[in-house]
Design a binder for this molecule. Structure first.
Ligand SMILES: [Zn+2]
Length: 136
């Protein structure tokens, strides 16, 4: 009888490296980079309806309004909430530990999984289409 397989030892340093690699928002190609920039919405949440200046909060938007467009009444409802429009800012798509995606094989087993697969395919196609447009 063969001896037991030697248990794999991980040094604290190795484990730390693995943890960092899994939790750091890095890599992920174009999607990861775009996401770190805040996705389509950017990090600033609000956008001035007059000049398009980005503001992180409605309060800073009001300050901007008072100094730049003081002749008009400040209407917070006219400020587009970019995060609401684009479904939030940075999602951390490149953070490997954040959301464990099932394998294609696993997904095919369930109805919800097949739906998810179709979504992934659609996203891929849309992304390719966008890349083609951007590279023009
Ligand atoms: Zn403005």
């Amino acid at each position: 009888m063969a001896g037991k397989a030697k248990p794999k030892k991980h040094t604290a340093k190795e484990l730390k490296q693995k943890q960092d690699a899994a939790l750091t928002n890095k890599g992920g190609g174009k999607a990861g980079l775009a996401d770190r920039k805040g996705g389509a919405a950017g990090h600033a949440k609000f956008k001035c309806p007059i000049c398009g200046m980005a503001a992180p909060s409605i309060k800073s938007g009001e300050l901007h309004w008072d100094s730049k467009h003081p002749k008009m009444p400040f209407k917070p409802e006219e400020w587009s909430d970019l995060h609401a429009i684009h479904g939030g800012t940075t999602k951390g798509v490149a953070v490997k530990g954040a959301e464990k995606e099932k394998t294609v094989h696993e997904l095919k087993k369930t109805e919800a999984g097949r739906k998810r697969l179709a979504e992934i395919e659609k996203e891929k196609l849309e992304k390719q289409f966008q890349d083609v447009k951007l590279n023009k």
